[in-house]
Design a protein around this ligand. Structure first.
Ligand code: GLN
Length: 307
């Protein structure tokens, strides 16, 4: 298949829609991003990459980082992790407080904010320090992306904290139900710092390979997690990776995927490739509008959906 030609075709087809999305505006650092940017990359199992657009431009990975913190926590705690978080779609916005109240402080899944904050709390327990928990997430990402240059943007994480009232409220609510062990501010700070990691689509498509290959990096043969765990993470990405638009994403794209409010999306074609797309304008559910469209075009043109 001529992947390069397909990516170029997609890029042409989606460009007119770039202005239709709305960039995240809850913090100034994200509100100032130019919405007229687009990048898409795929990485195959032998390391071959195909990319189009602003493929070298690093952006805020935001909730894509939840896939990596969940991976680390699942590897560390195994099934015990599910005593703190569930695995069902929430059907609610990613930062909603309502369900968390009536479900007694147990988040529906690791990809809504409450769930990811809870996962971060579990990591702070395990590594016995907030700083180490953050560094382990960052180092894990550097390892799966095979890139040591990856950093978290402090301007973004500080700004997240300054405007983070809702996330802090989620953490406090879990604490009130005894489902958060550490200091709220410290846990939320680690969460914001891993959300503020910056990567480009080339790095992110490379980083997804372990999930396309049963937990083993196909390029360097490192096993990160068990095949069972990789299966679970892909399943949760498929059912919960796009919040209350997860059904829509499965319907139109048909791949396990995870979005972030920075406009990035990662997706997995099992046994074949990692994919990442970036277009900062979001739809009403906080997922990249053009990114979703580009992935839909990709699976339509290549017949590479899992269905
Ligand atoms: N840091 C963002 C938040 O907590 C992440 C949300 C997202 O990417 N959907 O609001």
């Amino acid at each position: 298949m001529d992947y390069q030609a397909i990516l170029e075709e997609i890029s042409q087809e989606v460009r007119p829609f770039l202005k239709n999305g709305k960039v995240a505006d809850y913090i100034p650092a994200l509100a100032s991003v130019d919405p007229e940017q687009f990048a898409m990359s795929i990485t195959l199992f032998d390391g071959t990459q195909y990319s189009v657009g602003d493929m070298d431009k690093c952006f805020s990975i935001q909730s894509i980082s939840k896939v990596f913190s969940f991976t680390l926590a699942l590897k560390t705690f195994g099934k015990k992790l599910y005593e703190r978080i569930g695995i069902e779609p929430s059907g609610n916005p990613f930062n909603s407080l309502v369900q968390l109240e009536y479900e007694h402080g147990k988040p529906r899944n690791p990809f809504i904010n409450a769930g990811a904050i809870n996962v971060t709390d579990a990591l702070v327990n395990h590594y016995k320090s907030d700083e180490l928990a953050f560094l382990e997430v960052l180092n894990f990402i550097k390892s799966i992306a095979d890139d040591d240059s990856i950093l978290s943007n402090e301007i973004v994480s500080k700004s997240e904290m300054e405007y983070g009232h809702r996330n802090i409220a989620l953490a406090n609510l879990m604490k009130s139900f005894n489902n958060l062990d550490n200091d709220v501010t410290k846990v939320v700070d680690v969460y914001f710092r891993h959300c503020s990691i910056e990567m480009n689509t080339k790095m992110l498509s490379r980083a997804m390979l372990y999930l396309a290959n049963h937990g083993v990096d196909p390029i360097n043969a490192k096993r990160y997690i068990s095949a069972q765990q990789a299966k679970r993470i892909n399943a949760v990405m498929l059912t919960c990776g796009h919040y209350d638009a997860s059904g829509d994403f499965a319907f139109h794209v048909g791949l396990p995927g995870k979005s972030g409010v920075g406009g990035g999306i990662v997706a997995v074609v099992p046994k074949l490739m990692g994919i990442s797309v970036w277009a900062p304008g979001l739809n009403a559910q906080g997922n990249s509008l053009v990114g979703t469209k580009a992935l839909e075009l990709f699976t339509s043109k290549t017949s590479l959906s899992i269905f």
